[in-house]
Design a protein around this ligand. Structure first.
Ligand code: ZN
Length: 204
C-alpha cells in the first residue's frame, strides 16, 4: 500500500488588536492569526506544496475564521503583515520532487554508463561472459562464452528458456547449461547486440 496524504505546517503565528469581529460584533477585539502551509506527502516525505491557509481566532468569542471568511479589518491587517514580512512557500515542501528528480538523473546516468560497458563487452568478449538473449520473439534465454579466439566466440547454450525477461536472471546457474555448443563470429555477436536479440551482457 502506498502511504500518502496531506499535512500542515505552521509558518507563522501572531496577533493584532482593535479589529471588528463580525461574529460577536465586538469592535476592538484581540485576534490571533496563524499562517499554515499545506503540502502533499508520500511516506512523510514532503512531495509538493498545496495552498496556504490563514486562520484568525477571535479572543473574545472564540470563533475561527479561515481564508476568505476573515473579516475585512483583520484581513487588511494580515495584508500589511504579509507586505512587510512576506510568507514564502518553504523550499523543503519540494523535497520529494527534488529526490525524485535526483533519482531519475541517477538512473539515466546509470543506464547510459551500462550501455557503454556492455558495448565494450561485446566488442571484446571474454570467457565466462553471459549473454541474455531473445532468440525468438518473447522467448528468453542465455548463452555463456567458453572460449574466444581471433575470429570466433565459442559458447554453451542454456537448456532452459523463459517467457518473461525478468525471469531470465533465475536460469543462470551451472545446472542450466548442458553441452549444446555454438559458434558465432565476432561480427555476428555485434550484429545480434545491435539488433537487440542480445538484450544484456554480464561479466563477473
Ligand atoms: Zn468574536
Amino acid at each position: 500500500m502506498i502511504f500518502w496524504g496531506i499535512k500542515s505546517k505552521t509558518l507563522r503565528e501572531g496577533s493584532f488588536n482593535d479589529v471588528h469581529c463580525e461574529y460577536c460584533n465586538e469592535t476592538e477585539t484581540y485576534m490571533e492569526y496563524t499562517f499554515i502551509q499545506k503540502y502533499f506527502h508520500l511516506y512523510f516525505i514532503p512531495l509538493f506544496p498545496l495552498r496556504k491557509k490563514t486562520v484568525v481566532y477571535c479572543d473574545d468569542c472564540g470563533v475561527e475564521y479561515y481564508n476568505r471568511k476573515i473579516p475585512k479589518e483583520a484581513a487588511k491587517k494580515l495584508n500589511h503583515i504579509q507586505d512587510r514580512f512576506p510568507i514564502r512557500t518553504p523550499i523543503w515542501t519540494f523535497s520529494g520532487l527534488f529526490i525524485i528528480t535526483l533519482f531519475f538523473c541517477w538512473a539515466f546516468y546509470q543506464s547510459d554508463k551500462h550501455e557503454v560497458v556492455e558495448g565494450d563487452y561485446v566488442k571484446n568478449p571474454k570467457k565466462g561472459d553471459v549473454y541474455y538473449t531473445e532468440f525468438k520473439p518473447l522467448l528468453y534465454s542465455t548463452l555463456r562464452i567458453d572460449k574466444v579466439d581471433k575470429n570466433n566466440i565459442y559458447f554453451t547454450y542454456n537448456d532452459t528458456s523463459v517467457i518473461k525477461y525478468t525471469k531470465v536472471f533465475f536460469i543462470t546457474g551451472d545446472k542450466y547449461y548442458s553441452d549444446k555448443k555454438g559458434i558465432f563470429t565476432r561480427q555476428k555477436l555485434e550484429r545480434l547486440y545491435k539488433k537487440d536479440s542480445i538484450i544484456s551482457v554480464t561479466r563477473k
